[in-house]
Design a binder for this molecule. Structure first.
Ligand SMILES: [Fe+2]
Length: 227
């Protein structure tokens, strides 16, 4: 059941860019948490604020897929999507369970710097469910999205994230996401942004992320994982 439309279809390259950011930051988090000395609340605050930011980005990313992407794929993809979308939803719910555990342990660790091991191990569980999910989504869902979802519908995913992010952290979040991205994909993502954002974000985003990464990861250039 192929959708017949003259509209341009989704350019899914921006999804790889977001997934790469999520993989990189979530892979680094368990060790960052373990490296905080018990009682070092100053350092715990830096790492916890970062963890909170990447958790929020993950949450918004999945919320957008749940609300926008799965229903459209189920409506249009026939057998092809009926087989895979429920698996995606199950993975989202497994990730959500680990995510809830992380966000319940984070505030106490943040203010006391005690209980790092419990937090780090649940963060590892979150990471392994997330990686399994991102791999499967890239393999099975993104080709279907490019086939069944229009470019205009795809943009609603990004708009959902933008509309629900605190404006204060947006340039940093963008810089974090741009860190390993192809310049061409960044240009395509910003193509319809207002001119000031189009000019300013590619400059200040990477600077903000470099300063943030230095504070959090101890280097302005954390290890790249590649797409
Ligand atoms: Fe995704």
């Amino acid at each position: 059941m192929k959708r017949v439309t003259d509209e341009p279809m989704a350019d899914v390259r921006d999804m790889y860019m977001v997934h790469t950011m999520l993989r990189r930051e979530f892979r680094l988090l368990p060790q960052l948490i373990r490296d905080v000395e018990p009682g070092d609340v100053k350092r715990a605050e830096v790492v916890a604020a970062h963890a909170e930011l990447v958790c929020r980005l993950l949450h918004l990313h999945h919320e957008g897929e749940d609300m926008i992407l799965w229903p459209l794929l189920l409506e249009r993809g026939g057998d092809k999507t009926a087989a895979i979308v429920p698996a995606m939803e199950e993975q989202h719910s497994a990730i959500h369970q680990a995510y809830d555990k992380v966000t319940s342990l984070l505030p106490t660790w943040r203010t006391t710097a005690r209980g790092a091991e419990a937090l780090a191990s649940v963060m590892e569980r979150l990471l392994s469910t997330l990686e399994e999910h991102l791999d499967l989504e890239e393999k099975e869902i993104l080709p279907l999205a490019a086939e069944y979802i229009t470019a205009a519908e795809w943009k609603r995913l990004g708009e959902h994230g933008l509309a629900n992010s605190p404006k204060k952290t947006l340039p940093l979040a963008f810089g974090m996401t741009m860190y390993e991205a192809e310049p061409e994909v960044v240009r395509a993502v910003l193509a319809e942004a207002p001119l000031p954002a189009r000019l300013i974000i590619p400059v200040i985003g990477p600077r903000l992320y470099a300063a943030h990464a230095r504070r959090v990861h101890g280097t302005r250039t954390p290890p790249r994982i590649g797409a």
